[in-house]
Design a protein around this ligand. Structure first.
Ligand SMILES: Nc1ncnc2c1ncn2[C@@H]1O[C@H](COP(=O)(O)OP(=O)(O)OP(=O)(O)O)[C@@H](O)[C@H]1O
Ligand SMILES: [Mg+2]
Length: 343
């Protein structure tokens, strides 16, 4: 199907973000965007009353786009699904559709009868007799979780056009063919996901359960202040080893260090696999926590790799954008990547 208008809906724990894009000739146009705070329990609660509140907030967010379309693309957070990039011998589509269930048995630790499995060939060597393997992305999502999203979207008077993982949306928004080997680190409120990109293709992805919330709680505990105050401290001082922010930096550091450790592991995987071939040249930070003051320096200094905060809006080629977007550019990576899916 060819769409000329598309809505990306990022349902996060703290924020719901929606972006409406359209295509005119070869250009993407930003029609509108909309952001609202999520209800306190977000999608984590199973209670009908919380689901209704969630549906209402989602509906208001999409209404804020002021577009006629009610069809949305959404993403599941990476820690709710099983994602794996697997290497397989070159297979036909039919062979793959059988073989993938064997792989799923090996990699997914729960009963496959509870899982909806999808896969996607990332790379297939042209010559099937070569030793080169094909790379397949396999995603298993709990079927009842998908049902929950469908139910809530229906209550919000929306239709679900597509569902994928956050990492796939992030990759779509940030990766171009000429990107050097890069590790994308996306840090939200409770979830952090890592993705290694080589030759424009995703080769490794996984996620851990930490993020900006853990930083706020650490500051809150160390200073004995309210959640609102600690959020302020976090945004003002972030991570610093010197000056006024030094004390806050001490509270921030353990969480950043735990993310650092995961990045080191991913880098070790990469250099093991690709030996002296090429090295990761860049760390791209995304998600709300990418805006933590000093976070880029923290990773750059500890890893000796250039670290930049991702700007998914670069594809709009310097066209004037609202300041609310420019000031929070990295927040919209997922919503934008989702909206780009059909265009
Ligand atoms: N300027 C800032 N400095 C530091 N942290 C920030 C800043 N702005 C937002 N954050 C933090 O970013 C987090 C929210 O990020 P994001 O909007 O990507 O998450 P989410 O999508 O709501 O949550 P999740 O993806 O984990 O479900 C919060 O922890 C928030 O405190
Ligand atoms: Mg998020």
């Amino acid at each position: 199907m060819i769409f000329n208008k598309s809505i990306g809906l990022d349902i996060g724990l703290t924020k719901i973000k929606a972006v409406s894009l359209s295509r005119q000739n070869n250009n993407l146009i930003l029609d509108s965007f909309s952001v609202m705070s999520s209800p306190p329990k977000g999608m984590l609660s199973e209670a009908p009353i919380d689901e209704r509140e969630m549906a209402q907030t989602i509906r208001k967010t999409v209404d804020g786009l002021k577009t006629n379309s009610r069809s949305v693309n959404i993403a599941l957070s990476d820690n709710q699904v099983y994602t794996k990039v697997i290497e397989m011998p070159v297979l036909s589509d039919k062979e793959l559709s059988l073989a993938i269930y064997w792989e799923a048995e090996r990699h997914i630790p729960v009963a496959l009868s509870t899982i909806t499995l999808v896969w996607n060939v990332l790379k297939k060597p042209l010559n099937s007799s070569s030793d080169e393997k094909m790379q397949v992305l396999m995603v298993g999502a709990p079927t009842n979780l998908i049902g929950k999203y469908q139910r809530i979207l229906q209550m919000a008077n929306l239709t679900l056009n597509s569902i994928e993982t956050e990492t796939l949306a992030i990759v779509r928004a940030l990766v171009s063919a000429d990107l050097p080997p890069t590790i994308i680190v996306s840090i939200g409120a409770i979830n952090t996901s890592l993705a290694i990109i080589r030759d424009g293709i995703l080769i490794l992805t996984y996620s851990i359960r930490t993020g900006g919330d853990a930083i706020s709680r650490s500051i809150e505990a160390d200073f004995g202040i309210t959640p609102a105050q600690s959020e302020e401290y976090k945004k003002t001082y972030g991570f610093s080893k010197v000056g006024a922010g030094q004390k806050v930096g001490k509270s921030t550091e353990p969480i950043l260090s735990s993310i650092l450790l995961e990045i080191r592991k991913a880098l070790a995987f990469y250099s093991q696999k690709y030996k002296d071939d090429s090295i990761i040249q860049q760390i791209l930070l995304s998600g709300g926590t990418a805006r933590l003051p000093g976070i880029d320096l923290f990773f750059a200094e500890n890893l000796g790799i250039e670290t930049v905060v991702a700007n998914p809006w670069k594809i709009f080629g310097g066209k004037p954008l609202p300041s609310e977007i420019l000031n929070n550019a990295s927040d919209f990576t997922i919503a934008l990547g989702l909206a780009m899916r059909d265009l």
